[in-house]
Design a protein around this ligand. Structure first.
Ligand code: SPD
Length: 416
């Protein structure tokens, strides 16, 4: 389903009830039960035993908070989180629940546009969301986010001050969000299949190959995919065309849209999460991809004894950005949300997540704790030379509207 279809289906569906939990995606609840409590077992046959059992359980739930937890949880110990797919180590959620007694209800997203539509409509039911930095800015400006209470976030001290300063140029004073992951938008491809079809000397090092019909015709035999994300696709195309990826001219987006219609004739689909599995299984061979998803596809492909998946930042340059974590203005569990954000900023926690999902984080104290295979991977942590070619774009609302319109044209004219 394209983002346009997702947004329309969301807007036309009946308002969600307060609880956004989807049975398919929610994390398992780890609240202890009497049957799992050995001290309780012998006593469960008597009322007195039952009372003791409850006492023991509530005592364990009231275990002393971790040293970095400076706020008491809300009376209702639930937390509703909406995050990108393939973007957390599930063990981290279980550990958080066990330590805090807060139950996490975890839903998956794969589009900033759908997230924005959900928030614009009114109470989304989510406490924590994961907008990309440019979307965080718009949501903050629209009054849809809760300013962070930094006194409840002592682990902010672990974040990289240089990256925080860069982010503060967009999210002023780092008011609404903490950086979750850092990412780029490049090209992922199956090295064996592409060499087989295009010849051993063929280089995947330029966006050009995605707009050259001779190349596309051949590559479409093994499967091309691209992201269903207007800003990623249009701004990357502007970079290829040598135009300003932050252009405010409608004509630039129209021109980029025309180029993307060429790609649209050959793609198997535009989708923002499906491609990682399809690259890994060999069902497609080349994708416009987000960095960590490409690395994940490579890991899964190699584990299955299949081909290496390479990831490149094209020579013309590429987009980079941050996905942020923020608290919604309508959050009904603001303390639980702060406890969660603070937990995520623990160096050992974010290190574990980054190692698992293969994305870079912005936590300076986490790097030493991470798998060196990840921190030394130039497709995850960029060297200075590559950084020179990277652009963080923050399209203003009117440009965003132009992009959405142009993108809808591309999608409707594509051969999907
Ligand atoms: N599997 C996680 C994907 C995260 C993508 N974030 C969106 C970035 C948009 N520029």
């Amino acid at each position: 389903m394209t983002i346009l279809a997702s947004v329309l289906s969301f807007l036309s569906s009946p308002r969600k009830p307060r609880t956004p939990r989807d049975a398919s995606t929610a994390a398992a609840t780890t609240a202890p039960t009497c049957n799992s409590c050995p001290q309780c077992f012998a006593r469960t046959l008597s009322l007195v035993g039952g009372a003791l059992c409850s006492l023991l359980l509530s005592t364990s739930a009231l275990a002393a908070p971790a040293e970095d937890q400076v706020v008491a949880p809300d009376a209702d110990k639930n937390l509703f989180v909406y995050n990108w797919s393939d973007y957390i180590d599930p063990q981290v959620l279980k550990d958080f629940e066990k330590e805090t007694g807060i139950t996490v209800h975890y839903d998956l997203m794969d589009s900033n546009e759908v997230l924005e539509a959900k928030l614009m409509v009114g109470s989304s039911g989510y406490d924590i969301i994961a907008p990309s930095i440019h979307v965080l800015k718009r949501l903050g400006d629209a009054g849809l986010l809760l300013p962070l209470d930094k006194s409840k976030l002592p682990n902010l001290k672990h974040l990289d001050p240089q990256k925080m300063a860069k982010i503060a140029l967009i999210d002023k004073d780092n008011r609404y969000g903490i950086p979750y992951m850092e990412l780029s938008t490049g090209i992922a491809y199956n090295t064996r299949k592409v060499a087989e079809i295009m010849g051993p000397d063929f280089k995947v090092d330029s966006w050009r190959i995605l707009f050259d019909e001779n190349v596309l015709k051949k590559l479409s035999q093994c499967g091309i995919t691209a992201l269903d994300s207007p800003s990623d696709m249009l701004c990357s195309t502007l970079i290829y065309m040598g135009r300003d990826p932050e252009s405010t001219k409608a004509q630039d987006y129209e021109d980029a849209g025309e180029k993307l219609k060429i790609l649209g004739r050959y793609v198997r689909y535009f989708h923002s999460s499906q491609y990682a599995n399809d690259l890994a299984s060999g069902d497609v061979c080349i994708s416009v991809a987000w960095a960590g998803d490409a690395q994940l596809a490579n890991q899964r492909s190699l584990e299955a004894g299949l081909d290496p998946i390479a990831y490149v930042i094209p020579q013309e340059g590429a987009l980079m950005g941050y996905d942020m974590l923020a608290i919604t203005k309508t959050s009904t569990h603001p303390n639980n949300a702060h406890i969660f954000l603070n937990y995520i900023m623990r160096p050992e926690v974010i290190a574990k997540i980054s190692d698992y999902i293969r994305y870079a984080n912005a936590n300076k104290d986490a790097t030493a704790l991470m798998n060196p295979e990840i921190t030394s991977n130039k497709g995850i942590y960029y060297d200075e030379q590559t950084l020179q070619r990277m652009h963080i774009v923050v399209p203003p609302a009117e440009v965003e509207r132009i992009m959405t319109r142009t993108w809808n044209n591309v999608i409707s004219s594509s051969a999907q």
